[in-house]
Design a protein around this ligand. Sequence first.
Ligand code: B12
Length: 135
Amino acid sequence: MMMMPALYSAALLLLLPGALTEISDPVLIDVVVENSLLDTHPLTYTTHVAYRGILLGALKRLMNSNENFKFTYTEDPNYGPYLESVNGVAGDDKDHTYWELLVKTPDGKIIRPDVGIGCYIPTASEKIILKFTKW
Ligand code: B12
């Protein structure tokens, strides 16, 4: 019986290196802002997200650290945060414009996530594309 605490400590020490990597490694991502309706150059920003953290957190961190990036969102009762504007350009229901969320994975594929900025969990080296477009 006296051995039990020591055994537990040994087991905990074996588990720790993995656990520590997870909490200390920030996940680097690029955020690309594109306007498909105007002939403007895409802007690329680099930021990071916490391990298994949501995109919304990364966008807030980017806004707080870079005065050239800003965004606003509204709160949908069912689906959470809806990306409303980026760098002063807002989507408008009347014009059928919105900010589409796309992701370019490290192997070059472009995917359209089936969740919004409050649910999407970026992984390392992804390019998050915020694309102003029409529906
Ligand atoms: C039409 C539609 C859109 C239209 C809305 C146009 C409009 N203003 O009318 C547009 C093209 C803008 C759109 C965009 C997106 N959508 Co959408 N959309 C729908 C759809 C097909 C119908 C919604 C609807 O009209 N409901 C009827 C009305 C009466 O109810 P409502 O509550 O008022 O509807 C509003 C919300 O649904 C809101 N809305 C629509 N999409 C989204 C997405 C998010 C994340 C939020 C917070 C709100 C939201 O817009 C509606 C009108 O105001 C649903 C699927 C479905 N069948 O329900 C998906 C759906 C809601 N969309 C979804 C997604 C993922 C997106 C995008 C994130 C896709 C992307 N990768 O870019 C983007 C939002 C990006 C952003 N800016 O934050 C998901 C949400 C799932 C989730 N848990 O996050 C759904 C469920 C489809 C799916 N993949 O299964 N969408």
